[in-house]
Design a protein around this ligand. Structure first.
Ligand code: PLP
Length: 416
């Protein structure tokens, strides 16, 4: 039936599309239909903290403004004065001049990534993605006709630069650097951009090809250590810096973010080409009201102490229960090792106990699972207790009856 109506390509892509979204939707349905499961949904990275009071106050002020023309189309790249503000902040953080004409406002980091990939990738190009990775990278790269090449992580989920070097080919066009990382919460050392750049410089010397760094910093504002670090923008000639207010400012549903680039990529042709790439994607521009809010979101970062408290508590309970879980350095994700090798099966057993986590396979890292701690502390604690209970249970190797009436989660994760 579906294929009678929809394109084969769309059906195939829907079948393999985000496990995380499926789990989230399944959780909502199950919570409605089977309240006795008391589902604690740790699947989707959907920030539950409210935007900071200053940002909410600014939003009220912006909505009340009566100036004419507030709701019209504008330059596809966004309002000039807002881009100027972003550029000034980037100039300060990078130590080099970034102008408003090197900033493009977008519908979140996802919109930015789509435009950047659309602008730099040709069919046949390769894009290096470090595992564990944000799953959407795969679809974004493929929809630009290119091929993702996954590089396995080093110890402690740090980047393995030797494996990276070995993965570079004459077809490599870009590498994605997601720092801090989703799903691990690892924040790579300050030296990482320079080290990556030196590998790319040697590759350029050898092959004459310029590889772009696509720096996805969607969680940069949620780093627990607020000390300023050298900006990736200044590390290499071809850097596209992607930022978002979704997590940093808890504005995920408002769809506002931006990307920026350094002087080496600034050419009279750059902006027209990006505008034309973006138009083909159909977004036209980021929402006008949210563009106006962006400077306030930048000026009033979210207080990360609540996320940090939750992660510390969650990890403490898991460790006390014998699980291996590292403390993140940013954000609200914890990425523990599954107590059994088949983490999909473990996530299935967790779902059976009313806790939804995402198997590491979805991030290219089997054997681990991701918990998004976007619930109040008491729920996080309850989830951690259920997880350790389940881990002990599988450790004891006892068979377990599956809860009846949960066919869809079984279909998603495979039978327990
Ligand atoms: N990049 C990473 C690493 C993410 O985790 C996400 C969202 O979860 C995005 C990009 C997309 O974020 P946005 O809501 O800003 O489009």
């Amino acid at each position: 039936m579906k294929s009678e109506i929809f394109a084969r390509r769309a059906c195939e892509s829907a079948a393999s599309s985000s496990l995380i979204r499926h789990l989230f939707e399944w959780g909502r349905e199950a919570a409605r239909a089977r309240p006795e499961l008391d589902i604690i949904d740790l699947s989707l990275g959907n920030p539950d903290l409210e935007p900071s009071p200053a940002v909410r106050e600014a939003l009220r002020g912006l909505v009340a403004e009566e100036a004419p023309g507030r709701h019209r189309y504008m330059d596809n790249a966004g309002f000039e004065d807002v881009r100027e503000t972003v550029a000034m902040q980037l100039s300060l953080s990078s130590g080099m001049h970034v102008g408003a004409d090197s900033v493009y406002l977008t519908c979140g980091a996802a919109g930015a990534l789509q435009i950047v990939f659309g602008a730099i990738l040709d069919p046949g190009d390769e894009v290096i993605v470090f595992a564990p990775y944000f799953p959407e990278y795969i679809g974004f790269v493929q929809s630009a006709g290119a091929t993702p090449v996954v590089v396995r992580p080093g110890a402690g989920f740090q980047l393995d630069l030797e494996a990276f070097e070995a993965a570079l080919t004459a077809r490599t066009r870009a590498v994605v650097l997601n720092n801090p990382n989703n799903p691990t919460g690892v924040r790579y050392p300050a030296s990482i951009s320079a080290r990556l750049a030196s590998v790319l410089a040697a590759h350029r010397e050898r092959t004459g090809t310029l590889v772009h760094i696509v720096a996805d910093e969607a969680y940069a504002g949620l780093a627990y250590d607020r000390r300023r670090r050298a900006s990736v923008l200044a590390a290499w000639d071809a850097v596209w810096l992607v930022r978002s207010c979704s997590k940093d400012a808890s504005l995920a549903g408002e769809r506002i973010g931006y990307f920026a680039w350094g002087p080496a990529l600034s050419d009279p042709e750059t902006m027209p080409l990006l505008r034309s790439t973006a138009r083909a994607l159909g977004f036209a521009s980021a929402p006008a009201l949210m563009q106006r809010l962006l400077p306030y979101a930048l000026a009033h970062p979210l207080d990360t102490s609540e996320y940090r408290r939750r992660c510390e508590r969650f990890v403490a309970i898991l460790r006390a229960g014998g699980l291996d879980a590292a403390l993140p350095e940013a954000g609200f994700f914890v990425f523990p090792r599954s107590p059994i090798a088949d983490e999909r099966r473990f996530c299935r057993l967790l779902a059976d106990r009313g806790v939804l986590c995402v198997p590491g396979t979805a991030f290219g890292a089997p054997g681990y699972f991701r918990a998004s701690l976007t619930q109040p502390l008491a729920r996080i604690e309850a989830a951690a207790e259920r997880i350790t209970g389940c881990a002990q249970f599988v450790g004891e190797g006892r068979p377990r009856e599956l809860a009846a009436g949960m066919p869809r989660v079984e279909a998603l994760l495979g039978p327990a």
